[in-house]
Each structure stands twice: as C-alpha cells, then as structure tokens.
Ligand binder design. Structure first.
Ligand code: SAM
Length: 333
C-alpha cells in the first residue's frame, strides 16, 4: 500500500500531473518537456525525478540524451495509466500541452525525414542489386508467424522497417541501433504507424544492455555485413534468446562487389552458409537449413537458428543411466 500512497502523493501537483499526461504520449526529453511547460529546466527535472522515484515514469539514457516515458514495468504503472485516462484532453491546460507536443513531434519527424532523404539514394542503389524487398519481408513474416514470439528484438534496427512489419505480430518489439539519427527516423516511423508496442534504444550489438534469455525472437536484418566481429554479434544475440527462441539473420551470400566496401562501408562481402552455421553453433544455437533468395548480382540469405530447450530431467536421468551402463559394460569386459 505504501508504494501506492507514495505514487499518489507524487502526482498530487499540477505540473507533475501534466508531465504524466505528456509522457503517456511518447518518449520525451527534459528539454522537450521544458519547452512545452514553459518552466525552467531545473524545476522540470526536479518534478521528473519525483515521478521516477515514485515509479510512475521510466527514465532511460541514450548517449547524452535522457528520455522519460510512462512506467512500463513498475507496480504503479497501471495506476499511472488510470490517472492519465482520468485527465480530460479537453481541459484547457492539457489541451494546450498536447497541442505543443504535437508541434514538437512534427518538428522531430521533419528532421528525421530530411536525414532519411539524404541517405535514401545510397540505400536505394544497394537495394536495386538484390531481389525485391517485399519477397524478403514476406519470408521473414512467415518465419516469425510460425515461431509466434511474444518479445522480439531487432538488432541494428536502422529506420525501424523490420519493427514496422513485425511489431503487429508480437506483444513487445524492441529495436536497437548505434546511430541516434537512425533511431530518430525509427521513432517517427513507429509513431506514424501507431505501433505503441514498439520501442527503440541506442545500443551496441556487441554489448546489448539486455538481460540473458529475455527475447523469443531476435532479428539481424542487413546489419552483419557492417560487423567487424560477426561471430561476437551472433553470440550476443544468442545470449538474449530464451530457450526455444529463434534467431533470424538476413544478409548476403558471398559476392565480389568491392564498391559496397569502398562506397557503402560494408566490411564483409557476404557470408557462407557454413560460416554462419558455425557461429550459431558456437553461440549454443541449433542452425536450420538456410533459405536463398537468388538475385542478380546479390543473393539474399535467411539463416535461422534456435536456442534448444534445456534438457528435461528425465532425459538427463536417461543419459546418466546410459553412461553408467556403458562404463559398467567396459569394466566387465
Ligand atoms: C543497412 S542498416 C539496416 C537497418 C535495418 N535492419 C533494415 O534492414 O532496415 C544497418 C544498421 O545497422 C546499424 N549498426 C551498425 N553497426 C552497429 C552496431 N555495432 N550496433 C548497433 N547497430 C549497428 C547501423 O547504424 C544501421 O542503422
């Protein structure tokens, strides 16, 4: 009961209630919230600190930026959502806050699409070298539909395209990327598509700030060719997979288009099936036969691998018995 009282005390103040409502509409930085509320940054930060301490808001850092959003995990998260629902959007103060928030989101989306426009020409040139993207996406969707995951991780999410197509299939979809600009585009795309179960975070595929065994599916789509340590990236992906969880890697078969290295920062000119299978095996995953989508000049390959479920006690017992029997047999011989 004490945590509920603490949460109610924390929110019993006009600015803090406004902050709660604003953070229910997206992930916002202190400077965005300061701009909307028209109050000083130290004051807004102090209010945010109280709301976080009460478990009503989550705070997370992305490089030098700090974001706030309505609590997803704490036991008072449900109370936070109920309080927000009880606040009428027709209230003049709340209506003005939301109007200012709308202007900030539009500004963000404009910046993001300008960045995307600058890079799109480069990406389109690479895309024209292989099979129609829709074919790859359909194959990916089939794999994910069959695996039916609850929690999905998209490593190197870029503009969030994979989250866009897979988030509607899962309960929770998280994209990580090392580029803040890409994440800005991804955030704008998720918002535009109303995908509230999709989140993106700054992160490094070699060192995911995520607990072991926390996802049912991990996708690495057109990212591995940038990796200087692909085996380490696959091992890290395997670490966060739950038993029976599935890893899907989509990349190119070996090729000789050197300009992808010199002009597009690719480190690896594709991967051989046995090489990817060995990395999956070393990560403790069972590789399945890959699927090749033959294109000219690039072939896209979809490699999948599954984390085996832990040996059942009965199986372990059988194994122990078999070993003991064979040792006994050897001794008797
Ligand atoms: C070609 S984009 C692919 C984006 C997305 N997976 C897709 O297919 O639409 C490659 C992405 O990998 C990201 N990336 C490269 N190295 C990374 C690393 N070490 N950790 C996280 N992301 C990385 C890049 O920032 C870029 O957004």
């Amino acid at each position: 009961m004490e945590h509920l009282l603490a949460a109610l005390r924390a929110v019993a103040e006009a600015t803090r209630l406004r902050l709660l409502v604003l953070c229910a509409h997206g992930e916002l930085t202190v400077s965005e919230l300061t701009q909307i509320l028209g109050q000083s940054q130290p004051r807004v930060s102090r209010h945010l600190k109280l709301l976080c301490e009460a478990g009503l808001l989550d705070r997370f850092r992305e490089g030098s930026w700090v974001f706030y959003r309505l609590s997803q995990s704490s036991s008072v998260g449900a109370l936070a959502r109920q309080l927000v629902a009880a606040c009428s959007e027709a209230d003049p103060t709340i209506a003005l806050d939301l109007q200012r928030l709308g202007a900030i989101k539009r500004q963000r989306a404009d910046l993001a699409s300008a960045y995307f426009r600058e890079n799109a020409a480069q990406w389109d040139r690479v895309r024209s070298l292989y099979v129609d993207e829709r074919e790859v996406e359909t194959a990916l969707l089939d794999i994910i539909a069959a695996a039916d995951p609850r929690d999905l991780l998209d490593i190197g999410t870029g503009t969030g395209r994979i989250l866009e197509i897979l988030a509607p299939r899962v309960e929770r979809a998280l994209g990580i990327d090392q580029s803040r600009e890409m994440l800005a585009v991804a955030r704008a795309n998720l918002e535009r598509n109303g995908l509230e179960n999709g989140l993106v975070r700054l992160g490094d595929m070699y060192q995911l700030a995520l607990p072991d065994a926390s996802f049912d599916a991990v996708v690495i789509h057109q990212v591995l060719h940038y990796a200087d340590r692909p085996a380490a990236a696959i091992a890290e992906a395997g670490r966060v997979l739950r038993p029976n969880g599935i890893l899907v890697v989509v990349d190119f078969a070996p090729h000789s288009l050197e300009f992808l290295r010199s002009e597009h920062a690719h480190r690896r000119l594709g991967f051989a099936d046995n090489e990817v299978a060995a990395w999956c095996g070393a990560a403790g995953l069972d590789p399945a036969p890959p699927r090749h989508l033959v294109g000219d000049p690039l072939t896209v390959v979809i490699w999948t691998a599954q984390r085996p479920s832990p040996a059942k006690p009965r199986f372990a017992e059988d194994l122990r018995e078999q070993v003991a029997e064979s040792l006994l047999e050897r001794e008797l011989r």
